[in-house]
Design a protein around this ligand. Structure first.
Ligand SMILES: [Zn+2]
Ligand SMILES: [Zn+2]
Length: 226
C-alpha cells in the first residue's frame, strides 16, 4: 500500500525519531525503540476546513516527538547514518552488497546513466567482476539497489526510479536523503565521501571544489525521472 501522508510528513524526520510505517491502510507508524504506535491519518484536505486540517497536521507533528514512552531514547536521538565512514573494508562490503542485488540487471537499450567524477578504473577496483553492467556499479556507488527487475531504490530515502529514461543517479534522491548530507569541511555529499574513501582518493581542495561546482551545475539541470 501507499502511504498517503508521505507528502505532509517528512519521512526522514520520522525515521530519526524511530518511527516506521507498519500499516499503510490505517496510516499507522510504530516506534522501534519503545513500541508505541501512532496513527497519522489526516482528514481529507478537500472535505474539511483548512483550519481543522492544519490543526490535525500540527497534532501529528507534535506526536512524532512526544508520543513515546517516557524513557524512549528515540525522542532525542540524532542518528548517524554513516558511523563507519572511515572503515574502508566495511564500506566496500556495503557497496558490494548493494551491487550484488543488481548483478543480474541490465540497462535497457538507449538509457543513459551519467555521473560525472566517477572513473571506470575506480569502479573496476571496487567491483572487479567485469560481467556486471558498469551502469549498475555507478548506481551502487550513488546509493541505489535493486527494487524489482526494472527499477532501483535508494536504501535510505526509499525513492524508486524506473529504468525507463536517462538520469543522473546522485541527483535523483529525495532532497532530504542522508546520502546528500554535506560532509565537512568541503561540503562533499556523503555518498561521494564513501566513494573517495574506498578508492583511497586523497581529494585535494581544488578537485573537491570542481566536483562541487559540477554537482551544482548538474543540480541546476536536475534530471527528472519519468
Ligand atoms: Zn519511542
Ligand atoms: Zn536516497
Amino acid at each position: 500500500g501507499r502511504w498517503r501522508n508521505g507528502k505532509e510528513l517528512n519521512a526522514r524526520r520520522l525515521a530519526e525519531r524511530g518511527w516506521r510505517l507498519v500499516d499503510a491502510s490505517k496510516q499507522t507508524i510504530k516506534c522501534d525503540s519503545c513500541g508505541f504506535y501512532l496513527n497519522t491519518a489526516l482528514p481529507d484536505v478537500a472535505s474539511v476546513d483548512l483550519i481543522v486540517y492544519n490543526r490535525c497536521l500540527r497534532e501529528v507533528h507534535e506526536s512524532v516527538d512526544t508520543c513515546h514512552e517516557k524513557t524512549c531514547t528515540a525522542k532525542s536521538r540524532r542518528p548517524n547514518f554513516f558511523t563507519h565512514l572511515n572503515e574502508k573494508s566495511e564500506l566496500s562490503d556495503e557497496l558490494r552488497s548493494r551491487l550484488e542485488t543488481m548483478k543480474e540487471m541490465k540497462m535497457p537499450e538507449g538509457i543513459e546513466i551519467t555521473e560525472d567524477g566517477i572513473e571506470t578504473k575506480d569502479l573496476l577496483e571496487i567491483f572487479p567482476d567485469e560481467s556486471i553492467d558498469i551502469t549498475m556499479k555507478k548506481l551502487a556507488i550513488t546509493g541505489w539497489e535493486k527494487h524489482d527487475y526494472s527499477s532501483v531504490r535508494c536504501c535510505l530515502c526509499l525513492r524508486t526510479l524506473s529504468l525507463t529514461c536517462s538520469f543522473t543517479p546522485s541527483s535523483s534522491h529525495h532532497s532530504w536523503c542522508p546520502f546528500l548530507d554535506p560532509h565537512d569541511p568541503l561540503d562533499i555529499p556523503q555518498w561521494r565521501v564513501a566513494y573517495d574513501t574506498v578508492v583511497h582518493k586523497k581529494t585535494s581542495l581544488s578537485d573537491s571544489l570542481s566536483i562541487v561546482r559540477r554537482s551544482l551545475n548538474s543540480s541546476l539541470i536536475t534530471s527528472t525521472n519519468c
